[in-house]
Design a protein around this ligand. Sequence first.
Ligand code: GDP
Ligand code: MG
Length: 206
Amino acid sequence: MRQSHPSHPSHERTLAIIKPDGIERSLIGEIIQRYERIGLKLVGVKMLVPTADLIEKHYTMDSEWLLKTGLKAIKGYEDKGLKPPISDPMKVSEKVLKNLVKYMTSGPVVAMVWQGAHAVQIVRKLTGSTEPLMSDVGTIRGDYVLDSYQMSDHDNRAVRNLVHASGSIKEAKDEISHWFKPEEVIDYNLYEEHIMYDVNMKGILE
Ligand code: GDP
Ligand code: MG
């Protein structure tokens, strides 16, 4: 019996978005392959050019994001022994948001819903940490892009990190309903789910 009840861990879902630089660099297939080959299931996908409103709401759904991001950005400079260009965290994140809106509305993106056990954590792990300079080798951001906060801040633009991935189960739920209508996310079975989730592996012997 496959574990088909919606409360089973294999039903966890997360949102990933291939950002405009990923599209421009023809990395759609490469990125999808990385999530697919680990055993996650693509249950929703669409290409669109986002509006500024969609992006602004996406980042500010979490009311603490602006403060957290501002503080994190300032700490990032201090940890590297550098003086942050702006000292007010809210001003820092306002600038980050403005640049993100410009970046994310500059062309098409591919928004995807991925499903599977620990989908949120797995997609984050495969995507790599936010700043490409620090992302591990073997992750999408670590393998395909060489950007840094230092360079993107210097040029007053968003860091080009190829992909967005939800940071927590709650964030994933909110973000999926922000980007997808319920009917755009489809329930179906993969053959390989028998191998991954069946309690009793029946084996292949005839
Ligand atoms: P993610 O979940 O890994 O995308 O990271 P966050 O949710 O913390 O941040 C969302 C986006 O804000 C990132 O993809 C970056 O574009 C931007 N961002 C986050 N932290 C910083 C920072 O310290 N400096 C700058 N310049 N941008 C940041
Ligand atoms: Mg995030």
